[in-house]
Design a protein around this ligand. Structure first.
Ligand SMILES: [Zn+2]
Ligand SMILES: [Zn+2]
Length: 254
C-alpha cells in the first residue's frame, strides 16, 4: 500500500522531464548520501556499512564529495571515511600478498615432488561484503516507485494517469526491472504501461523516419514539424532515463 507522501512525490517527479523513476532514485541517493555524510562521523552502523562496501561506487562517490563540498566546505567526512578505508584496503592487500607468498612456496615444494595442484577457485581479491549503500537505496526506491505507479494506475486515479500520460514515461531500464518484478502482481497496470510505451515508441519512430526522409536532398523543401524535431530526443530519454536537455554537445570530462 503506497503512502500518500510517495504518491505526492511521484506526481512531482512525473511533472519534470526524464524518467520519473530515475529522478526519484537520484533524489533518494542524494538524501541517503547526505544522511550518511552526517552520520558517518558518529554512527558506527553507517561506518560499518560503508566499510563493508569498500566505499561508494564511483558515481555515488562523486555525489558524496560534491554534497560535502557544497554544504560544509572542508571535506572532513570524506577524509575520515576514506582514511579508514585506505587503511583497511592496505591491510587486505598485505594479507592477500602473504597468503599468495605461502601458496607460491607450497606450489614450488609440491612441484619438486612432481605434484601439480589444479586451482578451480578464483581468488577472492578485494571483494566487498555489501554493495554501495547509495546503490542499495536507489534499487529499493526504484522498485517502490514502480509499485506505487502500478497502484495508482490499478486504482484508476484519473489525475495521476493523466499526469503520467503527459510525462516522459518510464525508461527502458525501469520498464525492464519493474515489469519483471511486478507484472504478475499488477496485471492491469502492466498492460497499461506496455501499451502506453508501445504507442510512444511507435509515434517517435514515425517522426524519426520523417526526420530522416526530410533530410534527403530530394525532400529538403519540406519543413520539419515540431514532433519530428524532438522525436529522437524523446527516444534518447526512453533509452537512458535522462531529461532531453541532457543530450547536447557537451562531452563529459574524465
Ligand atoms: Zn528510469
Ligand atoms: Zn552507488
Amino acid at each position: 500500500m503506497a503512502f500518500a507522501l510517495s504518491i505526492v512525490k511521484l506526481a512531482e517527479a512525473m511533472e519534470k522531464p526524464g524518467c520519473m523513476i530515475c529522478r526519484m532514485e537520484h533524489e533518494a541517493a542524494i538524501h541517503a548520501l547526505t544522511s550518511l555524510l552526517w552520520e558517518s562521523t558518529t554512527d558506527y552502523q553507517s561506518r560499518q556499512m560503508i566499510n563493508n562496501a569498500l566505499g561508494f561506487c564511483p558515481q555515488h562517490l562523486r555525489t558524496f564529495v560534491a554534497i560535502e563540498l557544497s554544504k560544509s566546505g572542508p571535506t572532513l567526512g570524506t577524509n575520515l571515511i576514506y582514511e579508514s578505508l585506505s587503511k583497511n584496503i592496505a591491510t587486505d592487500l598485505h594479507n592477500i600478498q602473504r597468503k599468495e607468498q605461502v601458496n607460491r612456496k607450497l606450489r614450488g615444494l609440491l612441484a619438486k615432488l612432481n605434484i601439480h595442484l589444479r586451482y578451480s577457485e578464483t581468488p577472492n581479491v578485494l571483494k566487498s561484503k555489501e554493495p554501495c549503500p547509495a546503490c542499495e537505496t536507489v534499487n529499493i526506491t526504484g522498485e517502490n516507485t514502480f509499485s506505487t505507479l502500478c497502484e495508482v494506475i490499478t486504482k484508476n486515479d484519473e489525475k495521476m494517469v493523466a499526469t503520467y500520460e503527459k510525462s516522459d514515461g518510464i525508461c527502458l531500464n525501469h520498464l525492464r526491472i519493474g515489469l519483471t518484478k511486478y507484472m504478475v502482481e499488477f496485471p492491469e497496470a502492466s498492460e497499461f504501461l506496455i501499451q502506453d510505451t508501445v504507442q510512444r515508441l511507435s509515434d517517435n519512430r514515425e517522426n524519426m523516419l520523417e526526420f530522416v526522409r526530410k533530410h534527403n536532398w530530394k525532400y529538403k523543401h519540406e519543413e520539419l514539424i515540431e514532433e519530428e524535431k524532438v522525436a529522437w530526443i524523446k527516444t534518447m530519454t526512453f533509452f537512458s532515463g535522462y531529461p532531453g536537455e541532457r543530450f547536447d554537445h557537451h562531452i563529459d570530462k574524465f
